[in-house]
Design a binder for this molecule. Sequence first.
Ligand code: ATP
Length: 304
Amino acid sequence: MIDVRDLVYEYPTVRALKGISLHVEPQTITALVGPNGAGKTTLLRCLAALEDPFSGSVIVGGFDTRSDPRAIHALLGYLPDFYGLYDGLSVRRVLTYTARSRGIAPALTAAAVEKAVLRVGLTDRIDVKAGDLSRGLRQRLAIGQAIVHEPKVLLLDEPAAGLDPQARRDLSVLMVALKDAGMTLVVSSHILAELEDYCSEMIIIEDGMIVGGKPIKVKDVARPRYILEIATARSDLRDFLAARAGIDVIEADEYHALITHSRSAASRARLIRDLLAAGFEVSGFGESTRALEDAYFSQVGQGR
Ligand code: ATP
């Protein structure tokens, strides 16, 4: 769905992207992470056909950003890192305006607006003016603007900024639902611990380049990683886990194991019961949220 080859982008005094190549498959969610000033926003703006590359090429949905920017704008939704809203208009009117300007027919506009409002959780505020919304609610409205026309490709620059924990979780669920509905998402974020909830690939950008040259595979969303700890050493921990159906052992020693396992609470409960029955003194079992952060910090800033 997205193909970037040797992309170089320069501001008048800074070379912000120094030869980026990447490929994004349709119906996936790719996270873009990296330190401040790494080039994430610049890359998203190039993908959105808002900037022309200095050299290299950017193809989105089969169109080249240089020769067909309008075709790309039509198939794309984009949430910038900074944006303005029409503060004097209600949520309904802001989204109606966006829907109409995005080419949705008048007869279909009300339904499109209501769907977007439901998706971003603003139904009970549909008649509130944008200027009277809190920061997080404005963020939700801006996300609503980006999806009201059901784009094929959705680019979100820091969508979780300013959202409370519940709204961030809702956003993760929404992004997965949009992917399942057929969209391809690229999302920049600084909140590494939550990436595993929604994305399948992580691209680390540092100083205008992709660290390691390619995306890092994030785990299967339906099968999180869990850490198991036992209080007394057992050399057969790995073998016991590996013999069970539905478990992949990523690493294990006599006290710990990092495994992938289904999200199902009932099957996790079954695993713990069977471990106890087999004499393993289970002292800890929980979802591992640090794996991505560890991968990030092991790659970023090594040159400093
Ligand atoms: P952040 O996480 O802080 O949002 P980012 O990864 O999105 O950072 P960019 O905003 O893409 O980074 O900036 C990449 C580089 O380009 C930085 O060195 C930045 O200072 C520079 N830059 C960004 N916008 C401009 C501009 N309009 N003019 C000149 N330089 C710019």
